[in-house]
Design a protein around this ligand. Structure first.
Ligand code: HAM
Length: 414
């Protein structure tokens, strides 16, 4: 019979990588809680409409990349391609806006996008994600970017580039869109790829997502949102940049950074690295002041970001296998019961350790202990059983001595 294989673009996470996921997730909890964020857990499956209404019908994510299927009653469901839509829905559905003026949430978990898998691009990937609701203050923009920056500093990743842009708001966007449409009218749209040709009518700003070199050439001469900001948006952007500078964060302005989701207004940002190949965006986010209202909630400004854990892992240093405090070597079958009783007592006292499941050659058991990164080996043979002692061997210097069970705890502690 053919063995069953996993689905393309999905991965099994074994201990070597699980350690890294745990490290990244624990650090996120630690850093984000210092900025007043608390955890929210949302479903991985939502009504498809939630994503088409938030991320936007003309985006690549909604048009090409969603895992969408009907449930048994024919209702269209989608595996979440990102967390912002779900958190926004939960914020409204649970009327969180009526309980507090400012809300800060983080979510951690898997996302699903039907993209062509390659280095740093999976069909199931993981994000840590932060969302802040209830203020349009530029302080929130700067603070959330600071939090993202602190996260990367504390996980030990340096040399990232912070790119930032402003996309304007409903006041300045129509003027910009008109100018963009005028520019598009001045070119022969038959030269654009079919997607861009379509989008040039339905949602021209999405042209900036296109990777096609010919389309990109046209984009070079198109007007950019940053050059059409209203006074309010310009002020907002200036204040964000000023606060970033004051807090020591280096950034570069990228006027072409529109991001691949429709809900953004004003500030957008991305963290990129030139060390991870074509998928250079490690994290990204921005303001989405209109989204909560658009989903049927009260007018609520908001901002957030998400980091892709698989891309971070491409930059992360190897993390060592965890150390075992002890490995119990059984030199004699008769020692099995005593060995397990002893191991149980040690584990109850907080020590980590494994028991060898086979008696036999001490040499092969000691080799196994070494592989498992044990600091100390406890050897239990007939002699030790008779006089209620154990041999303890230090795996770094090879020293071995006979001690009582009581002395053993002190030795493991040190
Ligand atoms: P995004 O830019 O679509 O934004 O995704 C954020 C990060 O997720 C990317 O920078 C990348 O590191 C990672 N990522 C995206 N797709 C894949 C993939 N197929 N494989 C591996 N990693 C991937 C969002 O998702 C927004 N919800 C961010 C946000 C939060 N904006 C406001 N609040």
């Amino acid at each position: 019979m053919q063995p069953i294989k996993k689905i393309k673009g999905f991965q099994d996470i074994t201990w070597q990588d699980a350690i890294k996921y745990n490290f990244l997730e624990e650090k996120a909890r630690n850093v984000f809680s210092r900025y007043g964020f608390s955890e929210m857990r949302i479903p991985v499956l939502e009504k498809t409409e939630l994503f088409s209404r938030t991320i936007g019908d003309d985006t690549d994510i909604v048009q090409k990349e969603m895992f969408t299927f009907p449930d048994k009653k024919g209702r269209s469901l989608t595996m979440r391609p990102e967390a912002t839509a779900g958190v926004a829905r939960a914020y409204i559905e649970n009327k969180i806006y009526s309980q507090e003026r400012i809300s800060k949430f983080y979510t951690i978990g898997p996302m699903f996008r039907y993209e062509r898998p390659q280095k740093g691009r999976m069909r199931q990937f993981h994000q840590v994600n932060a969302e802040l609701f209830g203020t349009e203050s530029p302080q929130a923009d700067a603070e959330i970017i600071n939090m993202m920056w602190t996260y990367f500093t504390e996980i030990g990743i340096q040399g990232l580039n912070l790119e930032i842009n402003s996309l304007g708001c409903p006041e300045c966007r129509p003027n910009y869109k008109n100018r963009l449409q005028e520019a598009i009218a001045g070119i022969n749209t038959d030269n654009l790829c079919p997607d861009c040709k379509n989008r040039s009518h339905t949602n021209p700003m999405r042209l900036f997502d296109c990777k096609n070199p010919e389309c990109k050439q046209y984009l070079q001469n198109f007007p950019l949102p940053m050059d059409f900001l209203c006074r309010n948006c310009q002020n907002h952007f200036d204040k964000v940049l000023n606060l970033l500078s004051i807090t020591g964060i280096n950034y570069s302005i990228n006027k072409m950074l529109v991001r691949g989701l429709d809900y953004y207004q004003k500030t957008t940002f991305e963290l990129t690295s030139d060390k991870v190949g074509a998928q250079s965006a490690i994290a990204g986010g921005g303001r989405y002041d209109g989204l909560i209202q658009q989903l049927g909630g009260p007018e609520t400004p908001a901002i957030g970001f998400a980091c892709g854990l698989e891309r971070i892992m491409l930059l992360l240093q190897e993390i060592e296998r965890p150390i075992l405090d002890f490995y119990l070597v059984l030199l004699d079958e008769k020692g099995t019961e005593n060995g397990h009783r002893l191991a149980q007592r040690l584990r109850e006292q907080g020590f980590t350790g494994n028991v060898s499941y086979h008696t036999g050659s001490a040499k092969s058991q000691l080799r196994e202990a070494n592989k498992q990164n044990a600091r100390k080996c406890i050897l239990l043979g007939e002699e030790e059983l008779q006089n209620n002692t154990v041999q303890v061997k230090d795996m770094t210097d090879g020293n071995q001595k006979q001690v009582s069970e009581e002395q053993l705890c002190d030795i493991l502690q040190n």
